[in-house]
Design a protein around this ligand. Structure first.
Ligand code: NDP
Length: 341
């Protein structure tokens, strides 16, 4: 009997890649989704990536769950060996009411863990984010690493950053109170790469903006970036290495400014006219008065938050794909899907 992993948010960009890794490694995946009508879409998106193309029900099945509701969690975790919790709201623009993100992220994490505990599931892998680490003053003389926590009161901290920080803290608090449970947390940076299917998440949409040359100039902001395949691989390695329990692991390859992402795409796809021009910060500040998705960038202008991937390399033996390759893969996927404009 293969081990069964309950994978929350299986419709998501990262979770689809995790499902592929798990199934190819011999696990059975029980994926949670909010809308049961999307099961076939996910199955069809995953199937071409599998080593064996037949995908029987016992290797990939689905359960309907919402982070914001109690229904179904207990039944979903029955007979499961591992909880892999990736679901969390990740919108492009921040909502007016931060609780719209914080409540499902934090309460959903507690629901998942409580149901796991009640069902006797001891092993948990959770997808957190650099948003739970790097939103705050940079440490002196070193990059951010797994010791650091975001500062909820810092000007760069968005409602999304808060939701990820509080959800991860809730998970650590839960396992402190329930020491029989073993938690490993993966903290990815900005995740890019080829989406499986055409339901695109926020990070892919950020690259779609470049490919469509939606903005005449690009703000000076950037992220520690990482390939989605590496992020998925780290979830698998966390599961297969019990010694990772009790630890967080940054999943980051390198820092790229938004303009550097555009330059990488322009270089790889010279036939397309890609805007690479940098917007002066004062222009971005004026635009921010009109556009909430620009407003959230303003506090991060010129910030180059470096974060270390040393722990992942040393303890999980990870090597990371160059971030520019992930950017280019994303851009090519946008074009292949006919969404480049
Ligand atoms: P997606 O938006 O593609 O995936 C988010 C998933 O969460 C979807 O499956 C979504 O379901 C689910 N979800 C959201 N709200 C709820 C809810 N109330 N109840 C149940 N499910 C819900 O984003 P990603 O794949 O990029 O993100 C996956 C995880 O990785 C998230 O935890 C995110 O914070 C984290 N992350 C992402 C990064 C990135 O750059 N992409 C960087 C760092 C961390 P539905 O399809 O129904 O909306």
């Amino acid at each position: 009997m293969p081990q069964t992993v309950l994978l929350t948010g299986v419709t998501g960009f990262i979770a689809r890649h995790i499902a592929v890794k798990l199934i190819n490694a011999g696990y059975a995946v029980r994926g949670t989704l909010r809308d049961p009508a999307r099961a076939e879409e996910v199955r069809d998106a995953i199937r071409p990536e599998l080593l064996k193309e037949d995908l029987p029900e016992q290797r990939l099945s689905f359960v309907t769950l919402d982070l914001a509701r109690d229904d179904g969690w207990m039944e979903a975790l029955m007979g499961v060996d591992v909880l892999m919790h990736t679901a969390s709201p990740f919108p492009l623009a921040q909502p007016g009411d931060e609780e719209e993100l914080i409540r499902p992220a934090v309460d959903g994490t507690r629901r998942a863990l409580e149901a796991a505990r009640a069902a006797g599931v001891k092993r948990v892998i959770m997808t957190s984010s650099t948003a739970a680490i790097t939103s705050g003053a940079a440490p002196e003389g070193r990059p951010f690493d797994e010791r650091d926590w975001s500062d909820l009161d810092h000007p760069v901290t968005t409602p999304y950053n808060k939701s990820k920080t509080l959800a991860e803290q809730a998970a650590w608090d839960f396992v402190t109170e329930n020491p029989e449970m073993e938690l490993t947390v993966i903290n990815p940076g900005f995740v890019l790469g080829t989406p499986l299917g055409d339901d695109w998440n926020t990070s892919v949409q950020v690259i779609e903006r470049i490919v469509r040359s939606k903005d005449p100039m690009l703000p000076q902001f950037g992220f520690m970036t990482v390939d989605v395949g590496d992020v998925a691989e780290m979830h698998l390695r966390a599961l297969e290495r019990p010694e990772t329990a009790g630890k967080r692991y940054l999943a980051v390859a390198e820092f790229l400014w938004y303009t550097e992402m555009a330059e990488a795409i322009a270089h790889a796809l010279p036939e397309r006219k890609i805007t690479t021009r940098r917007a002066p910060n004062w222009v971005v500040r004026i635009l921010a008065l009109l556009d909430p998705s620009v407003r959230q960038i303003v506090p991060t202008l010129d910030r180059r938050d470096m974060a270390s991937n040393e722990r992942a390399m040393a303890e999980m033996e990870m090597t990371f794909r160059p971030a520019r390759d992930a950017v280019i893969d994303t851009a090519k996927a946008v074009i292949e899907a006919g969404r480049a404009g």
